[in-house]
Design a protein around this ligand. Sequence first.
Ligand code: CP
Length: 309
Amino acid sequence: MIKIFNLNDVISIKDFQKKDIEFILNEAENLEKIAKSQEFSDELAGKILGMMFFEPSTRTRLSFETSMKRLGGNCVGFAGSSASSVSKGESLADTSKMFEAYSDALIIRHSLEGAAKFISDIVDVPVINAGDGAGQHPTQTLLDLYTIKRQFDKIKGLNVALVGDLKYGRTVHSLAYALGMFDAQMSFVSPDELKMPKETLHDLKKNNVKFHETNSLKDVIDEIDVLYVTRIQKERFPDEEEYSKIKGAYLIDHDLVKGKDLIVMHPLPRVDEISTDIDNTKYNKYFEQAFYGVPVRMAILKNIIKNKF
Ligand code: CP
């Protein structure tokens, strides 16, 4: 069998070539009917997905679980480590070994950058990074790209503004890298304290990706196709006073976007950065974006588990 999707783990978007991303986006489109329960599949019948969520999650955890079940498979795991033996002092390495014994692939969300990579080096089953601290969230990026492609039928040449907490927001670290691969034009809009990390900017420069940094949304609002908004990540601030100074830095409301030719995306959860007066307008793509987590994660699970067995 020729393997078109060659990755054994999904740790960082940097591990993907453009052709791998395109393959997953095409697969996701083919799986949408199953994701919507209009068709049925048992492609992963008998397979079990291990879910280790050390940090809170609604969308990532539930969409992975839905994806596995829509493909006929099943899930085991925990949401919050207090109900597992981690609370008795069991190490991350030992916990991962147990998941390896009980399941055919692992998903991990953890507060420490590098946690998923650490586990992928010590277990034989495929490992998927569901968010590691302020590091990466590669599967979110794939569903973000899918949302953009579904809307515009292309990614190349689009003008995308990433707004908010670009320092601690892992989704934008992965997304900026991937948008660079697709020749999108990018603006990074943030307070000075929350600018895109130097490491991410370095990667973009190395790949000759053009971007523009600003504090002001008004600088870019008339030129963009996609307004990608992020939450200020309160839980990552070492000092709560610093968070209090910056929270509410940007408010996206209907007045701001009215008459503009753009869509509003957000990985969610939102706190107060997108007004609910956008929810029932054509600008809102964030709920659809969250649904697309299902076909995209189905495509990832199907291929990564198939590659292993
Ligand atoms: N977008 C995202 O990662 O959402 P959750 O934190 O709810 O999983």
